[in-house]
Write a protein that binds this ligand. Structure first.
Ligand code: IPE
Ligand code: MG
Length: 236
């Protein structure tokens, strides 16, 4: 979700106004994901690097997160949506940590869509944390593992172990970078970049991204012929 600050500046507003407007885009994206039968919608809301922003902007973002949780969770429950946060939550203000735990608990059994908010997250942090756990596991377990088993074992130590790797990554505001997002998990993700700034992102933009995605042929390293022979084995 990128471009909140630029959106506000273009309108002669303070950057935080862009963040506030961005909440409406989240609401619309969640609604659209439900309409389209998307099972997991992940939103990169705040990176580890974002802690380096001016304290006043960080403060507003944290407050906004608290109020968004308070306002949206009843809707999530009404629509059978599960809420989950991934990231280094120990750095978040205590009030926000409490609200997150409460929201995760209250929506735990919801099953239509899982909305995952990445907060204080960095892909490198995720990999380093998993590597430490992987190392501990190998030190206390013997036996040869196949490449596939090593892959699965390592993935199980990532913060995303309970969610599938993303099929499609959408980045708004014209930036074409991964910016320390799910580095391991995006190995075979399809990327979609749009100039639209996050506060302007609505269902038609989401639809355009899904349309583009449906035109992609996902080969996962195989040849086009192999994929066409086993058509149906990958999602279009
Ligand atoms: C995305 O918008 C929201 C967060 C990273 C919190 P930005 O705040 O990065 O907006 P720009 O990139 O400055 O326009
Ligand atoms: Mg930005």
């Amino acid at each position: 979700m990128d471009g909140n600050g630029r959106w506000a500046r273009q309108k002669g507003l303070e950057r935080v106004e862009g963040h506030k407007s961005g909440v409406e885009s989240v609401r619309s994206a969640v609604e659209y994901a439900v309409e389209k039968g998307v099972k997991f919608l992940s939103l990169f809301a705040f990176s580890e690097e974002n802690w380096k922003r001016p304290e006043s902007e960080v403060f507003v973002l944290m407050e906004l997160m608290v109020s968004a949780i308070i306002n949206e969770i009843p809707e999530f429950n009404k629509n059978n949506i599960r809420f989950k946060v991934i990231g280094d939550r120990s750095r978040l203000p205590a009030k926000l940590q409490d609200k997150i735990s409460e929201a995760e608990r209250e929506t735990y059994n919801n099953s239509v869509l899982t909305v995952v908010i990445f907060l204080s997250y960095s892909g490198k942090w995720d990999i380093i944390t998993a590597a430490e756990k992987y190392h501990n596991y190998l030190s206390s377990n013997s036996g040869e593992l196949s490449a596939q088993e090593k892959n699965e074992l390592f993935s199980s130590f990532l913060s995303t172990s309970e969610i599938p790797d993303p099929d499609l990554l959408i980045r708004t505001s014209g930036e074409q970078r991964i910016s320390n997002y799910m580095l391991w998990q995006c190995a075979y993700t399809e990327f979609y970049f749009t100039e639209v700034l996050w506060p302007d992102f609505r269902k038609i933009h989401f639809q355009a991204a899904l349309d583009a995605y449906s035109q992609r042929e996902r080969r996962f390293g195989k040849t086009g012929e192999q994929i066409n022979k086993t058509s149906g084995s990958y999602e279009k």
